[in-house]
Design a protein around this ligand. Sequence first.
Ligand code: PFF
Length: 450
Amino acid sequence: MASSRGEFSSRFGFIMAAAGSAVGLGNIWGFPTQAASNGGAAFLLVYLVLAFTLAYPALMAELVIGRHAHANAVRALRLISTGPKSRFVGGATGIIGFIVASLILSFYAIVAGWMIAFCLSSATALLGFDDASTWLSSFSLEGNLFFMLAFLALTVGIISRGVQDGIERWSSRLMPVLLVTLVLLVLYVLSLEGASEGLKVYLLPDFSRALEPSLIISALGSAFFSLSLGVGTMLIYGSYISDKENLPVLGGMVTLVDILIAVVSGFLIIPAMYVALHNGVEIFDSTGALISEDTLIFTVLPGLFSTMGMAGTIVSFSFFFLMSIAALTSSISMLEVPVAYTIEEHGVERKTSVMAIGLMIALASTVILFNFDTLFGLVVAISTRYAQPLLGFIFCVYAGWIWHRNRVLKELRKGSEDVENTLFWKIWPWYVRLVCPMIIMGIFIQSIFG
Ligand code: PFF
């Protein structure tokens, strides 16, 4: 059954695909800017602790359930259920998961469209087409619509080719390009004047901020968003892994790559801000805090690039190219969630499913673009701040409470005979059973009432 529904052909292919899903705008943009405005290395520390103690166990919950069922989240959660109630909640969680994955894609495609537009803006500037370049970076409504659609078309094109020819092939091609581009950019930026100031901000911890509840909430949200948890993406990728593979090791590698790229991106973005300051670009807002979010990416950094002449245009092109690739390898994983569901549960053909769902998401993105001020922030908050941790909580409950411990062990043994004797098996079951659900709930309640 597994092979007829698609399977990653190699361990490398899976790691590239899952790391491709995990490594996205959240790592290169979200993590460094949050770190910069939340106590630098202190945030990094909180993030690392949460990533290893909460996000990795939650990732493993999704991978194990997915690999066991070799099916989408709806069927998988029903399969491990023990009674009618848990079957119902499991099915509902899978369905809400694919709705949330589609919602995330609907705002992600807009942002990714901006990245492509800015990348082309630098390319046209290099070729001397200044008017085109200015238009491309002007955020016009037509431009936003066009590039959102172009980005979704790329995503649809890859997903319609299936697991090996689409997801695995393109992730394996794009991820190494991403890594090389990122490292070259970091090396270049660190060689510029002002960069060391940024390094200090990034690496000197301000512990007075590290234990603020708001910081821990954003670090948890970041860690969940960054590892693509809660919406069934990792579950569906897990379902395409062969029974021969050692899951705890694979999950560990994906977590490590994700964290590594986030940390390395910090060495790019934060020093770049201080190089910008050195070159006369404003990097603090009126309250004295570092400028973050969209103003950082689309005003401060382009401001920096424009002070660097021709080299700046090349760096700008490389930076937005990097962002576009990171976004694409993540968006394909989001689209695969609803697509896999409709193929497996409703017998729809892959190409038809991809087209229909792609069109629905394009429509949702268009509605967001036309009502940007009211809808954009709302969709981001609902899907990433609330839905992802809550759904992640339910996945942990299923792996820790609903699914029988011996069956979980049996599944894990498939790829590693002696898993019972490993540190992983001594710790992980307790984490998914108690630690993860309790901490996620605690932080979640804090974020609503705190
Ligand atoms: N992990 C991606 C990022 O860091 O940008 C975002 C993401 C991808 C979230 C896939 C959810 C998802 F299902």
